[in-house]
Write a protein that binds this ligand. Structure first.
Ligand code: FES
Length: 81
């Protein structure tokens, strides 16, 4: 998995159902690529009911996953103590 310390801004259309990675094995993180098979974890699905602009977490530290909560700022130069 390639994590990035910044959010991915994305617009989803009404009716789109997206699966977000929870196993942290996906090569297209934060999206699920099916790598969770055998890990005991399942992706989180979100169905957008209207056109929605979001900032998606790519660092894996957000408490609001799959959405960015700016937690990445604490990890930009390594975890803060
Ligand atoms: S990218 Fe912003 S909290 Fe993860």
């Amino acid at each position: 998995m390639v994590k990035k310390n910044r959010a991915l801004k994305k617009t989803f259309q009404r009716g789109e159902k997206i699966f977000f990675c929870q196993c942290e094995q996906s090569q297209i993180y934060p999206f699920c690529d099916g790598s969770h098979q055998g890990t005991g974890k399942s992706p989180v699905s979100v169905t957008f009911t209207e056109e929605t602009k979001v900032s998606l977490c790519q660092c894996g530290h957000s408490k609001e996953f799959p959405y960015c909560d700016n937690s990445h700022r604490a990890y930009r130069d390594g975890p803060k103590k």
